[in-house]
Design a protein around this ligand. Structure first.
Ligand code: PLP
Length: 381
């Protein structure tokens, strides 16, 4: 059965493979002995190998050891988890927060805790797979609306008579870099008695004047909006959070199965995440450098006539269609690593190179990369 399944995957051209990187994440990495420009990492602020995060983690290992022992409800809840929750709640400006082991688990836990069979969930069609899976697990009725289409969302809300109405959207969409219309969505909440979850996985540390995420960017100050996000992308660490009211956190501790039934994050990881939040607050210049690099690359890509869709952010797709994986491979041979993204991650006919820009990239290298991408695309089309 497995052999047949694998053959089918290969025959459909959708086989996934791992590319080994020697050493740490960074703007340039070593792949098979070649210095390679890394243009597909979510380490947007270059914190994944920052000395302050490493030191914080090493000191926490000395003090707390490596493992958390069990779920926090079973073997005791360690200080670093609480310290991180206080720190991220302060950063996000919410009453409270709860740490999860990953963004994937946070979405599963959050959605299933809030929505059951009787609920209606309104989910943007471009939402991340972890939201899709959380919706399925919840067994609620799921109404998917065309991405960022506020009119379509309102029509669905109007038709719903469910007592629990839950709207869910990525803040920055992970595969096309567009930004959700949060202000418009938030304006519907009172009228339709709906709740809103914003997935800030790619927006935490990136969007907003001080990097607090999509709500700050949109100027939305509604404390009822539930924010989840990860420590694994711009914060260069690992794990995730849900930030909101104290009551929300209480219900998650009681109902979110990935929180209840999984061993907690290693305490050292929490210490690294705290160090990352400190840096994000203390060094706004990192975010400024990121946005300068984003503008520069976009200009270079546009000059090279590359199609970057609706991206407004550090995630910049380049639509390359059926030849995506061959282009990705050819670029790797030329010293540029950009992962190709294919269905089912993105809709059929929209396979793409997903470029991710970091504050750590050298501007000259980015300019040159845009031209190399163009030249390589031309070789295959
Ligand atoms: C929008 C979005 N939400 C959630 C996740 C999952 O986060 P994590 O990688 O921490 O599991 C991702 C990660 O790729 C994501 O892009």
């Amino acid at each position: 059965m497995i052999t047949k399944e694998l053959e089918e995957i290969k025959a459909s051209g959708l086989e996934r493979r791992l590319t080994v990187i020697q050493g740490a994440q960074g703007p340039v990495v070593n792949i098979a002995g070649q210095q390679t420009l890394l243009l597909c990492s979510n380490d947007y602020l270059g914190l994944a190998s920052h000395p302050a995060l490493k030191t914080a983690a090493m000191m926490a290992v000395e003090r707390y050891g490596t493992g958390a022992g069990a779920s926090r409800l079973v073997s005791g809840s360690m200080e670093p988890h609480h310290a991180l929750e206080e720190r991220i709640a302060r950063f996000k400006g919410t009453e409270a927060a709860l740490v999860f082991n990953s963004g994937y688990q946070a979405n599963l836990g959050l959605i299933t805790a809030l929505a059951s069979r009787e609920a209606d969930i309104f989910s943007d069609k471009a939402n991340h797979a972890s939201i899709v899976d959380g919706c399925i697990l919840s067994m609620a009725k799921v109404r998917r609306y065309p991405t960022r289409d506020i009119n379509a969302l309102e029509k669905l809300l109007k038709r719903s008579s469910a007592r629990t109405k839950l709207i869910i959207t990525d803040g920055i969409f992970s595969m096309d870099g567009a930004i959700a219309p949060i202000k418009e969505i938030a304006s519907l909440l009172g009228k339709y008695n709906a709740m809103l979850i914003v997935d800030d996985a790619h927006a935490t540390g990136v969007l907003g004047a001080s990097g607090r995420g999509t709500l700050e960017h949109a100027g939305v100050h509604d404390p009822s909006v539930i924010q989840m996000g990860t420590f694994s992308k711009a914060l260069g660490s690992f794990g995730a959070y849900v930030a909101g009211s104290k009551q929300l956190i209480e219900i998650l501790i009681n109902r979110a199965r990935p929180f209840i039934y999984s061993t907690a994050l290693p305490p050292a990881i929490c210490a690294a995440s705290i160090a990352a939040i400190e840096i994000i607050e203390a060094e706004p210049e990192r975010r400024e450098r990121l946005w300068q690099n984003v503008s520069l690359f976009k200009r270079a890509a546009q000059n090279a006539n590359l199609d970057t869709m609706n991206s407004l952010t550090q995630i910049i797709p380049i639509i390359t269609g059926d030849t995506t994986m061959r282009i990705s491979k050819a670029l790797l041979d030329k010293g540029i690593f950009i992962q190709g993204i294919r269905p089912p991650t993105v809709p059929h006919g929209t396979s793409r190179l997903r470029v991710c820009i970091s504050a750590g990239h050298d501007p000259e290298a980015l300019k040159k990369a845009a031209w190399v991408i163009k030249e390589t695309c031309n070789e295959f089309n």
